[in-house]
Design a protein around this ligand. Structure first.
Ligand SMILES: C[S@@+](CC[C@H](N)C(=O)[O-])C[C@H]1O[C@@H](n2cnc3c(N)ncnc32)[C@H](O)[C@@H]1O
Length: 251
């Protein structure tokens, strides 16, 4: 008899926001729809204007190079896609995937994406063995199941293909955690309300911290990558709070 594989949720249901998986997905869809016009502006100031610089460094560290076929999953407003297109150059190609039509519309309007596709990480609308590099930037906490997602990533990568997952991982305790929480959980939502007037965007940024804080430990991400068959899963930590998970598909 075949064993059913255990689901690995990135975080438990956050009952202050929704009661079940269906409501979680609706909450995310509504929140990103409302936040889409404000996302880039908030991202810029909340990261002290380092958002683009950091993402580009992480892409280069992960081995993205000229001529590669790349998939940007959870592309949002297309920041990673635009940076990746600059790195892969005219000989490469970037497909940009996101379930939110509103986030994608921002990416298209800003001319950042060449191949926009509406879709989710758990069921990628991409052929098997077609990409050299797959990146997911700050969206891993939103998938329903890490195992299904990583199986999909393994499916679409070519043999030898590289994976990069960028996430924020607050330290579990200590002064840095409290400072970061004060900023991300309270100051960023308050400033978001002041600068955008959007209740939904304000709520989404508070929610984001709650997902960081409740996220599975980094070792679970690494173990799940290994369990589905990725080689050499590893984690690079930048500025003590940014996790860059990388792994390879076997040759
Ligand atoms: C915080 S934004 C990150 C956008 C972009 N990658 C960046 O680095 O700025 C998270 C994005 O993940 C998308 N998302 C939510 N659930 C997803 C899923 N199951 N699969 C793929 N993307 C998802 C959202 O629509 C949103 O655009």
């Amino acid at each position: 008899m075949q064993k059913t594989q255990r689901r690995v949720a990135p975080h438990p249901l956050l009952l202050g926001y929704y009661a079940d998986e269906g409501q979680r997905q609706k909450y995310l869809a509504d929140s990103f729809r409302a936040t889409a016009p404000h996302y880039d502006g908030i991202n810029r100031w909340m990261s002290f204007w380092t958002d683009r610089w950091y993402r580009r460094q992480a892409l280069l560290r992960s081995g993205l190079a000229a001529g590669m076929e790349m998939a940007d999953v959870g592309c949002g407003t297309g920041i990673v896609s635009e940076l990746a297109r600059g790195i892969v150059g005219p000989g490469g190609h970037v497909v940009s995937i996101d379930p939110s039509a509103a986030m994608m519309a921002e990416a298209v309007a800003k001319g950042r994406v060449a191949a926009p596709v509406i879709g989710r990480a758990e069921a990628l609308p991409v052929g098997s063995g077609t990409v050299d590099h797959l990146c997911m930037g700050f969206a891993l906490r939103h998938v329903a199941d890490l195992r299904t997602t990583f199986q999909e990533y393994l499916r679409v990568l070519r043999p030898g293909g590289r994976l990069l997952l960028m996430e924020m991982t607050p330290p579990p305790r200590g002064i840095l955690k409290h400072v970061l929480k004060g900023y991300m959980r309270y100051a960023v939502p308050a400033l978001t309300r002041m600068t955008t007037g959007s209740g939904a965007a304000t709520d989404l940024y508070a929610y984001c911290w709650d997902t960081f804080e409740n996220c599975v430990p980094p070792q679970t991400v690494l173990d799940t990558l290994a369990e589905v068959g990725f080689e050499r899963p590893s984690r690079h930590v930048a500025a003590r709070i940014f996790s860059e998970y990388t792994a390879r598909k076997a040759m």
